[in-house]
Design a protein around this ligand. Structure first.
Ligand SMILES: [Fe+2]
Ligand SMILES: [Fe+2]
Length: 271
C-alpha cells in the first residue's frame, strides 16, 4: 500500500525554505547568505568571550548525552534505542571536540567548567526531560529543533569563529544534527500514526503542554545565551525573539500536523 503524503517530508531544504519565509516576514534586513567570512578571536577579551560561548555549546551537547543516557533504558522500542544511541555518540563527540579545541587554545582542560554548565541545564529543566515520553519529546524539540532559528542566524551573521571548529562543524556537526532532527520527527510520527483519532487529540494536547513547560523553563537561559552569542561571536539578536517564536510555531505546526492558526497562544521566549 502506498502512503498518501499530505505534506512534504522534513528535510534541511524545507527548514531553509521555512526560515527564509520567516525572515521575509519578520526581519527582511537579515541577509539570506553570509556576506563576511568570520575571523578568529584576537584580543584577550574576545578569546575569553569566545571560550565562554563554546563552553556553553559543549554543555548543551553533554546535557543531551546525559539525558539520553538516563532515559534510553526506559524505552522498549529498539528503533528508538538505536536512534538515541546514535545521538549519544554524536553529541558526545561534538562536546569532546569542543573540549579538546578549548584545551589546545587555552592550555587547560575545561571539563569542570562544562559540567558546571550542564548542571545549570539540569537545574532549570528539572525532571522534565526524563519525567515521561512527553517530557523527553519536549526536551528533544527544544534541544534539537527549536534552536535551529539561532543556528540559522549564527550561520549568516556571526563575525568571529575558530577555523578548526568551523571545519568540524561543517563536516561533522551539521550532518549529524540533521539526522537528529529527522530522528525526532520520525519517532513522533510513528507514535502519532498508530494512535486512533480520539487518542490523536490527546497526544497533541500532551505534547503542547510539555513543550510549553520546556519553553517557560528555558526562557531565562535562552535570553542569557543569546546575549552571550552577540558578545562572543557578534550575531544579530534584535529580531531573534520574534523569529524564535515564529520558528517554534512552524515546528509545532508541522510536527503536530495542524495549521498555525489552530495552535493555542504559545508562551513566548520574552515571557
Ligand atoms: Fe550536537
Ligand atoms: Fe544533536
Amino acid at each position: 500500500m502506498t502512503a498518501i503524503l499530505t505534506r512534504p517530508a522534513w528535510t534541511t531544504d524545507l527548514e531553509l525554505e521555512i526560515f527564509d519565509k520567516l525572515l521575509d516576514k519578520y526581519a527582511p534586513h537579515i541577509p539570506k547568505k553570509r556576506s563576511l567570512e568570520p575571523r578568529s578571536p584576537e584580543t584577550d577579551e574576545e578569546r575569553e568571550n569566545f571560550y565562554r560561548f563554546r563552553m556553553a555549546g559543549a554543555a548543551h551537547d553533554l546535557f543531551i548525552v546525559q539525558v539520553c543516557a538516563k532515559i534510553i533504558d526506559s524505552f522498549a522500542n529498539p528503533e528508538l534505542q538505536l536512534f538515541l544511541s546514535r545521538q549519544i555518540g554524536d553529541d558526545g563527540a561534538h562536546a569532546q571536540n569542543t573540549r579538546l579545541r578549548a584545551q589546545a587554545i587555552l592550555g587547560h582542560d575545561p571539563i569542570e567548567d562544562i559540567q558546571k554548565q550542564v548542571q545549570k541545564h539540569w537545574d532549570y529543566m528539572g525532571d522534565l526531560p526524563i519525567r515521561n515520553w512527553q517530557g523527553f519529546l519536549a526536551f528533544e524539540l527544544h534541544y534539537e529543533l527549536h534552536i535551529v532559528a539561532l543556528l540559522f542566524i549564527n550561520s549568516r551573521t556571526s563575525k568571529i569563529n575558530d577555523p578548526d571548529s568551523a571545519k568540524f562543524a561543517a563536516e561533522r556537526i551539521l550532518p549529524d544534527e540533521a539526522v537528529h532532527r529527522l530522528g525526532v520527527v520520525d519517532w513522533w510520527q510513528r507514535k502519532y500514526d498508530q494512535a486512533s483519532p480520539a487518542e490523536k487529540e490527546d497526544l497533541i494536547a500532551q505534547v503542547i503542554e510539555a513543550d510549553e513547560e520546556g519553553q517557560r523553563r528555558r526562557n531565562p537561559y535562552l535570553r542569557d545565551h543569546w546575549q552571550l552569542s552577540q558578545k562572543a561571536i557578534g550575531i544579530e539578536i534584535d529580531d531573534l525573539p520574534v523569529l524564535y517564536d515564529a520558528w517554534r510555531r512552524e515546528i509545532l505546526s508541522y510536527f503536530l500536523d495542524i495549521p498555525i492558526s489552530r495552535l493555542p497562544q504559545l508562551v513566548s521566549v520574552n515571557d
